[in-house]
Design a protein. Structure first.
Length: 122
């Protein structure tokens, strides 16, 4: 007895939901038949390719640098205090334009200004 494949709801339930015993299941669409014929068995994966190539020598992996950049000593910088400043808006606009090219932090400018003021007062 040949195995017959049925597709769709009408193919599976065609005899159960029909009104009469003469009702036959619907014919299979052509596209389903073509898909079944095109089904190609893929070969099973062969043995591990690395095992066929032979053992590999372990490579030296460079480790990532950890910690602070070399050349800087911890604790050598003076202790700094966090402060809040109110500065004129036009000065801040000028600073933003200038600091973009100079890559200078606002705190560094304040330190320079205060050091210069201290030097002039002494």
């Amino acid at each position: 007895m040949a195995k017959q494949t049925v597709a769709g709801i009408s193919g599976v339930l065609g005899g159960l939901i029909s009104t009469g015993p003469s009702a036959a299941p619907a014919e299979r669409p052509v596209s389903v038949e073509h898909r079944a014929e095109r089904h190609v068995e893929r070969p099973a994966p062969s043995a591990n390719v690395a095992a066929v190539a032979g053992p590999r020598e372990p490579r030296a992996k460079p480790s990532a640098r950890r910690g602070r950049p070399p050349g800087r000593l911890t604790g050598s910088a003076p202790h700094k205090a966090k402060v809040t400043l109110r500065v004129d808006a036009t000065l801040m606009d000028d600073y933003r334009e200038w600091s973009w090219s100079e890559r200078c932090q606002l705190g560094e400018l304040v330190e320079r200004a205060l050091a210069n003021y201290r030097r002039l007062r002494a």
